[in-house]
Design a protein around this ligand. Structure first.
Ligand SMILES: Cc1ncc(COP(=O)(O)O)c(C=O)c1O
Length: 386
């Protein structure tokens, strides 16, 4: 008699590469079918055939992508949204008048704008803490009133590193949940839920998709609880679910997440090391550099690499920084991050006049091109700056 198969304990990289080894029952297709249906026929007993009823709650491809993400994050469930901001807004929608939310002073600017909007229009209180001060978060929470502690790590675009495990302890002691924006530290490097977060968020537009060809957001929860049910209801009522084709693009991107993130991390470290101390550069902000103030925490919680995101402060001011962004030939002058192509951006121009980002800051998203071409490109752009 044949021995029964041994149960293998597969690593996340394997699960991602095969999108959970889901093979189409009817055809054997190893690339998943795309479910674009907006509605689902009931069976002869007028029962839903599976869990699908109407497209606004997500169809088969959306659920497949959610299952892959839940598996990679080690969570209890995931919800995909049409954009990262749609997911952020849904989470903040769970706050009631009088509730308190805590977030870092430097975070994704549109998320911060939405929190300000809630303070002005909905009677929600907010405290923005200095993410560079280790004692600031503990002072910012209001036990019993704070409902959500929102952190982003590394913070965009300064790449300060926040200790997730410590933030979870502080949030929980105050009776709040910890939600972590891990857009730039995807599950291939950071396991936010294992470190104590209740919810991990990603703009799926970035590393998870990795090809700059869709927008999306995802929330993954550590526990299936009342908050999670509410979030699912909010998504369905708002109609902010990701569409089937986007979910398929996301699955395709996720299959190479580990490879892409590895490559971007290796190249970014080389670029950061090369340009540190350059005569036209004031500073290189990259958590992978031993000189970075958050390096020790990053080593603990970014175990699969420090990622492809860095910023450089150009000597001079905004004019010089914009010139570098204009003069590159390989780096594409565009916003966004986490794709296969390297991007360069004068961040303040993108965030607008209220931005608190330094005038001379350029944000780089390192892609998967030959790192020597990227270094040569930045060198030639810097040489042209007066
Ligand atoms: C760190 C971070 N969080 C959230 C978002 C918002 O995501 P989206 O643009 O997909 O709405 C972004 C987008 O740039 C981001 O960089």
């Amino acid at each position: 008699m044949q021995k029964p198969p041994k149960q293998l304990n597969l690593s996340p990289a394997t699960r991602a590469a095969q999108a959970l080894h889901i093979i189409d029952e009817r055809t054997g297709a190893i690339s998943p079918m795309i479910d674009l249906s907006s509605t689902y026929a009931r069976d002869e007993n007028y029962e839903p055939r599976q869990s699908y009823i109407y497209g606004r709650s997500g169809g088969q491809t959306v659920k497949h992508a959610e299952a892959v993400l839940t598996s990679l994050e080690g969570g209890a469930g995931s919800l995909l949204f049409a954009s990262g901001m749609a997911a952020v807004v849904a989470l903040l929608e769970t706050l009631d008048t009088g509730d308190h939310v805590v977030a870092p002073q430097i975070m994704y600017h549109a998320g911060m704008t939405w929190i300000h909007r809630l303070t002005q229009k909905r009677g929600i209180e907010a405290t923005f803490f200095d993410q560079t001060d280790p004692s600031a978060l503990a002072n910012a929470v209001k036990p019993g009133q704070t409902r959500i502690v929102w952190i982003e790590t590394p913070t965009n675009p300064n790449w300060d590193v926040i200790d997730i495990a410590e933030a979870a302890e502080i949030a929980h002691a105050a009776g709040a949940i910890l939600a972590v924006d891990c857009t730039t530290s995807p599950p291939s490097t950071t396991q936010a839920l294992a470190l104590g977060a209740d919810i991990v968020f990603h703009s799926a537009t970035k590393y998870l998709n990795g090809h700059s060809d869709m927008t999306g957001g995802v929330l993954t929860t550590a526990n299936a609880n009342a908050l999670w049910d509410e979030l699912e209801e909010i998504r369905s009522l708002q109609g902010s679910v990701m569409a089937g084709f986007e979910a398929w693009l996301l699955i395709r991107g996720l299959r190479t997440l580990y490879l892409r993130y590895d490559r971007a991390s290796a190249s970014a470290l080389k670029i950061a090391t090369h340009f540190q101390g350059h005569k036209l550069i004031e500073a290189v902000l990259y958590p992978g550099l031993p000189s970075h103030p958050g390096h020790e925490i990053a080593k603990r919680q970014m175990t699969g690499g420090f990622g492809g995101m860095m910023s450089i402060l150009i000597k001079g001011g905004a004019a010089q920084a914009i010139d570098v962004s204009r003069f590159t030939q390989v780096f594409v002058p565009a916003t966004s991050l986490g794709g296969v192509e390297s991007l360069i951006e004068h961040r303040k121009s993108n965030e607008g006049p209220h931005s608190i980002v330094a005038d001379n800051l350029i944000r780089l998203s390192i892609g998967i091109e030959d790192v020597n071409d990227l270094i040569a490109d930045l060198e030639q752009a810097l040489e042209r700056v007066e």
